[in-house]
Write a protein that binds this ligand. Structure first.
Ligand code: URA
Length: 432
């Protein structure tokens, strides 16, 4: 292992045999954490080429269970978002593309820190379960063309162990390590093709378009080497997506969007990503035709019907998604008012995300409980004009003591200007 650390420290390429011995030795416990940490730091500074990155991805993917979706007919297209604030895209996209004929067999995650997780959002619907056996999962996709469940501990265990070390050794932010971590999980889940939503901005992992583009290229390269079609859409996360942040609040906004009454940014993003999913899934000839098909599914009510079918199939209370005032709510609410007059020029997604966690909508630690009704409804977004005393947002919580801290964070989120800021495009670039 010392030789391999030195080899990487010198910036030399590691071959398949060498990378295999590192990953196998790490999983078996033969190679101690301190040597893997040194190796990760060498990778952080010297990088990995595309061949090494693809080999690492393949080794990580094979470190645990591989989900076999071959019993499900059709091309299984997965979507991955690098995470953001107010990102309820999966709740809209999954039933929408399922209604269009693309089988959706999706494994999602929980929220941690300032970003939410699809599983938590789904569980805010009474009775809905995201725990199911592999057989039930596949049966649900065969029957309803859609199932969303959690990832079990046996899925890419190498990533869990490696990420835990990266997290405490300052080596998370390396393109090859990020790309292999995400792609190994998507590929282990059985995806034939993948649409990536790479977020850029305050609330996101990648802070610049250049970084996101580089990550996109590394991930597409992995796809090419592993015979999978990958498209990356780079999108802005400078302000939260849509107007709601918090689990049940986001479910409600997703339902509005499935009914054609959602906010423009969320709707546009879902049509953009969904369009690529339909083309990759061989259901539409081109992106334009796909987007038209998705719009028709929304206006005809078929997209929302598929959502209800999906909720029912996973044990959820359909009544509460038909009458969204029955979704979880909170005892207390406060209006967050503007202390300034002018145009909103910044609405920092990270601060808004942290404020929603304070209100109870997210987890501060892995074991924290979530208050499903808690969160934030924005009344204004970047480019809107406000007067002093106007409502900027409504805050919801069951913990009356949480409003003070949430208010402080909200105050940090906003900047105002005398001139209307230039419109900030949501979809920045498509890389394929
Ligand atoms: N998300 C992941 O799953 N892995 C990373 O390394 C970074 C973000």
């Amino acid at each position: 292992m010392v030789e391999l650390i030195v080899k990487k420290r010198k910036g030399l390429e590691l071959n398949k045999k060498e990378l295999t011995s590192i990953i196998d030795g790490f999983i078996s416990g033969e190679i101690p954490d301190y040597q893997i940490s040194a190796f990760l730091m060498a990778v952080y500074f010297k990088g990995m080429n595309s061949t090494e990155t693809a080999i690492l991805t393949d080794l990580m993917m094979r470190s645990g269970e591989l989900i076999d979706l071959s019993q499900i007919e059709g091309i299984k297209v997965d979507k991955h978002s690098t995470g953001g604030v107010g990102d309820k895209t999966t709740l809209v996209l999954a039933p929408l593309v399922a209604a269009a004929g693309v089988p959706v067999a999706k494994m999602s995650g929980r929220g941690l820190g300032h970003t939410g997780g699809t599983l938590d959002k789904m569980e805010s619907i009474k009775g809905l379960s995201v725990d199911m056996s592999r057989e039930e999962f596949i049966e649900n996709v065969k029957k309803h063309n859609i199932a969303v469940c959690g990832q079990n501990a046996n899925l890419v265990p190498a990533d869990k162990k490696l990420y835990a070390l990266r997290d405490v050794t300052g080596t998370v932010n390396n393109m090859s390590l990020i790309a292999s971590s995400i792609m190994s999980k998507k590929l282990a889940c059985g995806a034939d093709a993948i649409v990536l939503d790479l977020k850029v901005g305050y609330g996101a992992f990648m802070k610049t378009l250049e970084d996101a583009e580089e990550l996109a290229k590394v991930m597409i390269n992995i796809g090419e080497k592993m015979n999978r079609n990958v498209i990356a859409v780079i999108t802005s996360m400078s302000e939260p997506l849509g107007y709601t942040i918090g689990n049940a609040l986001e479910v409600k906004e997703a339902i509005d969007t499935l009914k054609g009454k959602g906010p423009k940014d969320l709707t546009d993003l879902c049509l953009e990503l969904g369009g690529h999913m339909l083309v990759l899934g061989n259901v539409s000839k081109n992106h334009e035709e796909a987007v038209e098909k998705l719009k028709t599914l929304i206006s005809s009510g078929k997209a929302f019907d598929k959502f209800k079918e999906f909720v029912k199939a996973q044990g959820g209370d359909v009544n509460s998604v038909e009458n969204t005032d029955q979704l979880p709510s909170t005892k207390y609410s406060r209006t967050y008012k503007s202390e300034h007059q002018g145009y909103i020029s910044e609405l920092n997604a990270l601060d808004v995300g942290l404020a929603s966690v304070k209100l109870g909508a997210g987890r501060e630690t892995k074991t924290s409980n979530i208050d499903f009704g808690a969160g934030i409804v924005l009344k204004k977004k970047i480019g809107d004009f406000v007067n002093k005393g106007d409502s900027l947002a409504e805050l919801f919580s069951n913990d009356e003591g949480s409003f003070e801290k949430a208010n402080e964070l909200m105050t940090l989120a906003y900047k105002f200007a005398d001139k209307k800021p230039l419109a900030n495009p949501l979809i920045l670039k498509t890389v394929r």
